[in-house]
Write a protein of this length. Structure first.
Length: 158
């Protein structure tokens, strides 16, 4: 068996998820995230799970075939390019309607799931105790994956 055959035998099949990325400096990048296929067949890892893994970089496939390695800490937000109008936020916790202002002044209004203890159901508690690097915000334009460290301020609207 050749080394290339051995590599292909252990390769994990991946689906491409089209995204638009806004970097902290304002640069816009378009390409594809590589989401590993998972069980059941045809399923794929949620992009939010992929971005919240501890690795500091993720690959972004460009239309030219090149791959960029993107530093997660330098990403402001990621938008799925083909959002579904009925796309749901991941998780089962209650949602809160929020206005978020990100570094650089970019503002979004949308809903976010609040994974908090029943004894502390406030948005403040969620923001103070959440350890995820990225959070999903459902807006009229689809789901945005927001870098939590890039949130400058937040205003609860409900």
């Amino acid at each position: 068996m050749s080394p290339s055959q051995a590599w292909n035998d252990v390769r994990i099949e991946k689906e491409r998820v089209a995204v638009s990325i806004t970097m902290v400096g304002g640069e816009l990048l378009s390409g594809s995230l590589f989401a590993p296929q998972i069980y059941p067949p045809g399923g794929q890892e949620d992009p939010l799970q992929l971005l919240n893994e501890p690795d500091p970089f993720f690959p972004l496939g460009l239309s030219t075939g090149e791959v960029l390695l993107i530093a997660k800490d330098r990403v402001l937000e990621i938008v799925l390019d083909a959002p579904s109008s009925d796309e749901e936020l991941p998780g089962s916790a209650p949602t809160a309607l929020l206005q978020l202002t990100l570094a650089g002044g970019l503002t979004h209004v949308g809903s976010m799931r609040l994974e908090v203890r029943a004894s502390r159901p406030r948005v403040l508690d969620y923001m103070n105790y959440c350890t995820a690097r990225f959070m999903a915000l459902r807006t009229d334009d689809g789901v945005r994956l927001i870098n939590r460290k890039m949130i400058e301020r937040e205003r609860p609207l409900d």
